[in-house]
Design a binder for this molecule. Structure first.
Ligand code: ADP
Ligand code: MG
Length: 454
């Protein structure tokens, strides 16, 4: 492999890793040579080498292979002053003083790269996340620190990482002089252990205490990891004392993270704690619409039939990541076969995802929610009473049971006080008829369905 080939490999990598990663991690690699299937690169620090190797190693190898070179291993070496390059495997003595790290690389060395898609622009705001979004916006504006830390929590895929990156982008744009560091708690631990191993704790402390804004993602990760927690706690306190902004995320509220020391739990609650609620239908639809806008640029003449996005927003309610994945697959599929995206296509090409995210609504839930909704008693629902104010909710519950569960007519009848299956058939038809004529019934059915599927 020659320098030219490496140039071509780099071009390919620029596409596959994205511009931001490319500039931060790939571009600085200095190609040294290629021999016996081993490609060697020079890097500024062992951390940089480690990072590239862990995160982009496979992609680099793959792209070199595509250029026709059999590559089995990558080596990232750190120059030792002016003498020959030192292999990473050998214990190295990375630069001792902060000053020896080239300007601007300190943040990159400390933190993780930011995803360029995770900006405020691309974050769709809805009821479930409006508070978290507002708080993130506020912190992103910079200025005096009003709540410290900002603690964001919520389930998987609800946008915690997206919001944190968006804050970082925003701060970097408004105040480029600020040292903003984003990393996951896992990376924090990794850096900490590395510093211990390399006897670089002084540097580690100094580096982390010199940031202006520190963001630690998925802090639940350090639960049960005592010395990492300890170090985190000290870093945290040092920064708060200097009035530096801290932003933390976790999958649960601070008080609910088992294995986290009490003093840390309470310290984390000092600032503003906001949660991201599970998405609702409107938010999911909004996110899909936003994504489609983005795709339009890429696949210009792609058409989507009416109702497809609504269908996806309705059926995939678990997690935004899954929702996005479904859309990506659908677009890839449609561009492959060169056809409009239809409901049929969605159902077929996403069968596995749809099946996996089918929420199992139980008969019991249906009966309880329907009783609550119409304010009738369960015993009435099951009784032989036929007065309208009881019969209608009962029919509605049967209708919902038919549509939201896999139960057969006889099974449903049995659960509703041992009724005959023809009664159930009649009830389902009745509600279908009424839905078409009476907007109140249609609305009741829709609301109940949403509540049950939420
Ligand atoms: P978390 O960190 O909470 O697990 P992420 O921030 O990684 O979740 O979000 C998962 C995916 O869903 C990302 O691709 C993100 O862009 C997207 N996403 C989540 N919420 C929203 C939203 N409100 N608007 C746009 N995209 C979102
Ligand atoms: Mg995350």
């Amino acid at each position: 492999m020659t320098n030219d080939t490496w140039g071509q490999v780099k071009d390919a990598l620029r596409n596959s890793v994205g511009q931001n990663n490319f500039v931060t991690w790939i571009e600085p690699l200095e190609f040294v040579g290629f021999e016996n299937g081993v490609a060697e690169f020079q890097v500024a620090t062992s951390f940089q080498g480690d990072w590239v190797s862990r995160n982009f190693g496979e992609q680099i190898k793959y792209q070199i292979g595509k250029q026709g070179h059999d590559v089995s291993r990558l080596i990232f070496s750190v120059p030792r002053r002016k003498t020959a390059a030192t292999k990473l495997e050998a214990p190295t003595r990375p630069p001792k003083k902060l000053a020896t790290i080239p300007p601007g690389t300190a943040d990159a060395l400390l933190g993780a790269p930011l995803d360029k898609r995770f900006t405020f622009d691309r974050f769709v705001v809805g009821k479930p996340n409006e508070l978290a979004h507002a708080a993130a916006r506020r912190v992103g504006e910079g200025g005096p620190v009003t709540f410290n830390p900002l603690f964001l929590y919520g389930g998987v895929g609800l946008g915690k990482t997206h919001l944190m990156h968006a804050i970082a982008w925003e701060l970097q744009e408004r105040s480029p002089e600020l040292k903003v560091v984003y990393l996951s708690a896992e990376q924090f631990m990794y850096r900490f252990i590395q510093a211990l191993r390399d006897k670089q704790m002084m540097d580690f402390k100094e580096l982390f205490r010199s940031v202006d804004v520190l963001m630690v993602d998925d802090v639940q990760f350090i639960a049960g990891k005592e010395s990492t927690q300890d170090e985190f706690f000290h870093t945290f306190n040092a920064l708060v004392d200097q009035n530096k902004q801290i932003i933390i995320s976790a999958d649960r509220a601070p008080g609910e993270i088992d294995g986290l020391e009490e003093r840390i739990k309470s310290r984390l609650q000092w600032g503003l704690v906001v949660d991201l609620h599970p998405t609702d239908y409107e938010l999911r639809l909004g996110i899909l619409q936003k994504k489609v806008e983005g795709y339009r640029a890429q696949y210009k003449d792609l058409e989507i039939s009416d109702g497809v996005l609504e269908f996806l927003a309705h059926r995939i309610s678990t997690n935004v990541r899954v929702l996005e994945g479904a859309l990506t697959r659908l677009f890839a599929f449609a561009s492959l076969v060169g056809r409009e995206i239809t409901l049929d296509m969605a159902q077929q090409s996403l069968a596995d995802i749809l099946r996996a995210s089918d929420r199992k609504v139980t008969m019991d839930e249906i009966m309880r929610k329907t009783c609550d909704y119409y304010n009738v008693r369960m015993s009435d629902l099951l009784s032989p009473k036929r007065s309208r104010n009881i019969a209608r909710p009962r029919q509605m519950a049967m209708y919902l049971a038919k549509h939201l569960t896999q139960r057969s007519y006889p099974e449903i009848g049995k659960r509703f006080g041992g009724r005959d299956h023809t009664t159930v058939i009649h009830a389902v038809r009745k509600i279908e008829e009424l839905k078409a004529q009476d907007s109140q019934v249609a609305e009741d059915a829709e609301l109940l369905r949403r509540m049950l599927e939420a």
